[in-house]
Structures are given as C-alpha cells and as structure tokens.
Design a protein around this ligand. Structure first.
Ligand SMILES: [Zn+2]
Ligand SMILES: [Zn+2]
Ligand SMILES: [Zn+2]
Ligand SMILES: [Zn+2]
Length: 414
C-alpha cells in the first residue's frame, strides 16, 4: 500500500491518455500511457468442465521493464466477488515467462513482486469449476496495474467469459412434439444440473410398423385378388400384393344329353365354386336293342326268305328303341346240307355264320359287330360249346354232323 500511494501521487501529476480497445474473443486490451510507461494487457475466454481446474491467462507486454503488478477479483469491503463464486472457486496463480517473485492471493486478489523485471509475461488465474451455469460466467478482473521504478500504469478492467460445459449425463429431455410414423418430432433439452435451456432437438420419424394383411379384393377362380399390409400404428397402406387366381374346382360329371342308339350324348363337368363349365365330353352312341320274339333268334334275326340250294335267303332284325331295320343275306344251302326250315345260319353266333356258311351282313359293319359281340356274351354254355365244336368241326370237314347236333340242342332248349 505504501508503494501504491507513492505511485498514485506520481500518476496524479502525470498527464495520461488512456485508450480502451475491444479485442476479438471478448477480451480487452488496454493501452495505458503515462509519461514513459505503456502496457498492453488482454485476457482470453475459457471453456471448461465441472470438476476441472481451469486457467484464465492474462498476457501483457510493456515498453518499460516491469517488476510488480496487482489485480482484484473481489471487493472485500462489500464482500462481493467480481464473478459468480458459486460456480468458480479461485485457487491460485502462476506467472509464466516472468522472473520468480513473491506472489499473493490474499483476500481473493492477486499480486506479484520480483527483484527482476520483464517486459512481457502471462498471468495465470486458476479456478476450480464447482458446477455449471445456465449462461457463461463473466469474470471481471478489476483495477489491474503494473509498476516499476516508482511509476505505475493506469488501472485497467479485463473481462473473460468462462463457459462451463453442461454434464452430458445430466441432460433432461422433454418431448414437445411426438414423432409419428412419417413425421419428425421435437424435444426440448435442459441441463439437469443448472437448468440451462440447451435448445430443441429433432426426434427422428418412427417409420411404419408392419401390421396385418387385409384382403381388398378376393381372388376368384379366374381373377386375381389383392391385399394390403397396413401399418399397425397409423393404418396407412405400406405394401400391396396380388393374390393368385384360385383356379376352378372340377365337380362331378353331369349328363347333359343322354346317348341313344342313334345319337351321341354329352356330359360336362362344372366348377363347384363358380359353376362354370370346366370340361365337356361326348357320350358314345348306345347299341341298338334288337327286338326278339318267337320268330327271331336271340340276336333278333328273323328269316324273311329261307335260303335254298339255288337261292340265297334273307333275314332282318329291328331295333325296339329306334326302329332301325337291319337286313342280311343267308347263303345258299350246300349240297350236303339237310334243308331244315329252322336251320338258319343266324341262329348261332356271327362267327359261326361266317365260318360255316359265309353269310355276309348287309347292315353297317359296326352295328353288326356290336350285336354279334353282345350275343356272344349273352349266349349260354350250351351254345358256346356248340360254337366251339362247330368251329373245330368245320376245320375238320365234318360240318354236317355238327349242324345236326346244334339243331337238336336248340330244339331241346326250347
Ligand atoms: Zn448445466
Ligand atoms: Zn404408420
Ligand atoms: Zn370356378
Ligand atoms: Zn336303335
């Protein structure tokens, strides 16, 4: 204090011009001019984390070798710090690029005195970060001055902005707009420690949630259907797919026209689901039903004109359903044959007729074949035996005996 009083009197006598200039980063530079003594000082802005010890550097250059300085961080008379001391705690100083000297932080202020001088240096103010704060802490360094050789610079006030990072694990997020499947939401973020408003952040859209499929058009036998998959949250259609046509289901055959002995019939198969005709087929004509009575043989043949040795005979048969008449000739009788009125070649199977007498049918080949075929099946044992014997006999040339045997059997049967 003695030094200061002395200096003050000196300064009072000196005519001084002081220029205050703003410096980038919020720091200040002060040019204090006395008669021969000019110092430039500036302080940097600092950022730190809770729990850190941060360093606030004041750099200075002077045109005159300097050996002492003093600055204030606190008004002890009114018990007020020039910064928020609930956030920062002043813990010490360090003087870099300067000769060793006596230092003090008594009363929360700082001072330095050395026996040697320097024309530049960095005064480090150290603070422990106690907590974060909603806004950066303004650190005011007041009444800073430098002295040497009994002269003193003008006092200067410097200001540093100290930003404390908010602990990332103490963020409190409040959704202000819920995101939807397709739209972003928002949330406001606050520091859980100091309550600082950390702004608004986006919440990404959620995207759709694939839900159930819903049939929009049922497939039929012949036409494709379609289905949609909906979002289970918002109900929007997120996918559309085809449903394959089902194809017809063939049901039972149904006769649409019965076949007769003169006309083909038809039948169809319909789909059991939609009733559409799936397949159509013909039904073959039925065989004629030859009328039989006492004047005919089993195949319906009736002798119209008996054959003689000189002349062929004729026979005919009639369908009882459609009335179709079929005629055939009866071969001439051979010399060895005993003429008998009832000895018609048609009385036995067609095969036998052909073999023994050479009878030829004048009716359609198909009709004749069908009728003789069915006769052969219907014929009793005796006739079959007769037929076989006749065939054997014919090949052996003993036709006559055989013919007689057959006649007898037939008579017995009737
Ligand atoms: Zn905070
Ligand atoms: Zn959705
Ligand atoms: Zn169908
Ligand atoms: Zn017929």
């Amino acid at each position: 204090m003695k030094i200061r009083k002395k200096l003050l009197s000196l300064l009072g006598a000196a005519a001084m011009a002081v220029t205050v200039m703003a410096v980038a980063g919020g720091a200040q530079e002060v040019k204090a001019a006395s008669n021969t003594y000019v110092v430039n000082s500036s302080v940097a802005d600092v950022t730190g984390n809770v729990g850190d010890t941060i360093e606030v550097p004041i750099t200075f250059t002077t045109d005159t070798p300097t050996n002492s300085l003093l600055g204030k961080l606190r008004d002890n008379k009114n018990n007020v710090s020039y910064y928020d001391d609930t956030v920062l705690k002043f813990v010490g100083t360090e003087f870099r690029g300067m000769p060793a000297g006596l230092t003090s932080t008594a009363g929360g202020n700082f001072s330095y005195v050395s026996t040697e001088t320097s024309t530049s240096g960095t005064i480090i103010l150290k603070f422990e970060v106690l907590k974060c704060s909603p806004t950066p802490v303004t650190l005011n360094i007041k009444d800073l001055y430098y002295t040497t050789n009994a002269i003193k610079t003008d006092t200067v006030n410097l200001t540093s902005k100290i930003t404390i990072n908010h602990p990332t694990d103490k963020r409190v997020e409040t959704v202000t707009k819920e995101p939807t499947c397709t739209e972003k939401g928002t949330k406001s973020v606050k520091c859980g420690e100091c309550g600082a408003d950390l702004g608004t952040e986006e919440i990404p859209a959620l995207g759709h949630t694939a839900g159930d499929w819903k049939v929009t058009k049922e497939a039929t036998c012949t036409e494709k259907g379609s289905k949609n998959q909906l979002c289970s949250v918002c109900g929007e259609v997120i996918k559309t797919e085809e449903i394959a046509a089902l194809g017809h289901k063939a049901g039972d055959w149904k006769v649409t026209k019965e076949a007769t002995c003169t006309e083909k019939g038809s039948k169809e198969q319909r789909c059991t689901v939609c009733g559409e005709v799936v397949k159509t087929e013909e039904i073959a004509k039925l065989a004629h039903t030859w009328k039989t009575d006492k004047d005919t043989d089993k195949d319906g043949w009736k002798v119209v004109t008996a054959a003689t040795k000189d002349k062929e005979g004729s026979k005919e048969r009639v369908c009882s359903v459609c009335g179709t008449k079929e005629t055939a000739t009866i071969a001439k009788l051979t010399a060895t044959t005993t003429p008998t009125p009832t000895a018609t070649p048609g009385a036995t199977s067609g095969n036998k007729n052909n073999t023994t007498t050479g009878t030829t049918s004048t009716g359609s080949k198909t009709t004749s074949g069908t009728s003789t075929g069915s006769t052969a099946v219907k014929t009793g044992d005796s006739t079959n035996v007769a037929g076989m014997v006749a065939a054997v006999a014919a090949s052996a040339g003993i036709l006559v005996i055989c013919g007689v045997m057959v006649m007898r059997r037939r008579k017995v049967n009737r």
